[in-house]
Design a protein around this ligand. Structure first.
Ligand SMILES: [Fe+2]
Ligand SMILES: [Fe+2]
Length: 392
């Protein structure tokens, strides 16, 4: 099944669920109209669950993201579903194998009920909260208060930092494989991604794991691992889990793979680039995507990440895209992480910017360069003060 076909299926599932809920609010849950929509939604979910280990609906602002695909936010039906989920404090709904029709019916019943506000997870349906607070609320307090940290957490941070250092070398080897058009071995970074996921689920602030650049020609690898940390942290905070979160990690690691096809003298030039050189650098997006597209074992999300991570929220940036092209949510998170790491890094032509200035710039660029909700989520993430409290 192609990406477009998956998108159409997710679109249909959300439309059927919304229709079932709307009708259940008008009639009763056992009305034939409701039963018909519920049955169709259940069948469509079961078909997709033979292909995906789970189907996750995430509410991000007014958007609905199913697995990693944004469902058309203009659609009235989706807006209704988003509104209902938000009103009930639900930010994430995950359907998994073993989903029973009776449980889907009960879920729709609860969601459509005016009286009851208690909506429960059940076998095959897991519910979660996703809350993107305003950036103002997250600004209070120092970024690294350690009052609530336990020894075990500090040990986890230390072990992840040392894993990151080991993996920097392996990432370098992986990127060099690309340059020689060799098959990429993702096995070398598999455990890193999984361990990062474990760390973020404990509320670790990714700033504590960022690597420093040791030399100019190391920049790409250090940057890649930092962007991986900052993107996965965002995704985990938004509610991405399991395979989707893992694929976002892989996409982050590979986002700049196209730079391997740019001459070193341009890539590591100690000074401002000429307009011609800048144009050449910009081709790393298309070159990376083309390369990854030819590799079977790479998640397609990585192709999109490589292609779209320099496209701005307002559609400008590069490569040039059609007016109605909406970059994948993972690419939008990559763009936030990419810019943050670029601004905090010492480069031959740039002094590192202080964090406060970077955050000020990011707030100013919210809505033009970046998705404003993702900026809020990002600022909240990197100003985490009490990791253990995040899980509450
Ligand atoms: Fe890039
Ligand atoms: Fe980058």
């Amino acid at each position: 099944m192609s990406r477009n076909e998956h998108h159409a299926s997710f679109d249909r599932i959300t439309a059927l669920l919304t229709a079932a809920i709307s009708n259940a609010r008008l009639y009763t849950a056992d009305h034939p109209q409701v039963v018909r929509y519920l049955d169709a939604a259940y069948q469509a979910l079961c078909v997709q669950l033979t292909v995906h280990p789970e189907i996750t609906l995430l509410v991000i602002g007014n958007d609905l993201v199913v697995n990693d695909q944004t469902i058309d936010s203009q659609g009235r039906q989706h807006a209704q579903l988003v509104g209902l989920l938000r009103r009930n404090g639900i930010g994430r709904v995950s359907f998994a194998a073993g989903l029973q029709a009776v449980d889907l019916t009960a879920f729709v019943q609860e969601l459509s009920s005016e009286e009851s506000r208690a909506i429960h997870s059940r076998p095959g349906i897991q519910l979660g909260q996703v809350e993107v607070r305003s950036s103002e609320a997250s600004d209070a307090g120092p970024p690294f208060a350690s009052g609530a940290e336990d020894q075990e957490l500090l040990e986890t941070i230390a072990s992840l930092a040392s894993l990151r250092d080991i993996k920097l070398e392996e990432l370098k080897a992986l990127y060099h494989q690309t340059r020689r058009y060799e098959k990429i071995d993702l096995g070398s970074i598999d455990d890193m991604i999984k361990k990062f996921i474990g760390g973020f689920s404990r509320g670790i602030n990714p700033l504590r794991l960022l690597a420093d650049i040791k030399s100019a020609d190391e920049y790409t690898f250090t940057h890649v691992v930092n962007v991986c940390l900052l993107t996965m942290g965002q995704a985990e905070a938004l509610g991405f889990t399991g395979r989707h979160l893992y694929d976002i990690g892989i996409a982050s690691v590979l986002h700049d793979v196209g730079k391997q096809f740019i001459p070193d003298e341009i890539l590591n030039k100690p000074g401002q680039l000429t307009p011609e050189e800048r144009k050449i650098i910009e081709t790393h997006t298309i070159k990376g995507a083309q390369y990854l597209l030819g590799l079977e074992e790479i998640p397609k999300l990585a192709v999109l990440g490589a292609l779209e991570h320099h496209i701005r929220f307002d559609g400008s940036g590069y490569p040039a895209i059609a007016g109605d092209w909406e970059p994948n949510i993972a690419s939008q998170m990559l763009a936030v992480a990419d810019m943050f790491d670029a601004m905090r890094s010492r480069r031959p032509y740039q002094e590192p910017k202080p964090q406060e200035l970077i955050l000020k710039i990011m707030r100013e660029e919210a809505g033009t360069c970046f998705n404003p909700l993702l900026v809020d989520n990002f600022i909240r993430l990197i100003t985490r003060t009490n990791p253990l409290a995040q899980a509450a």
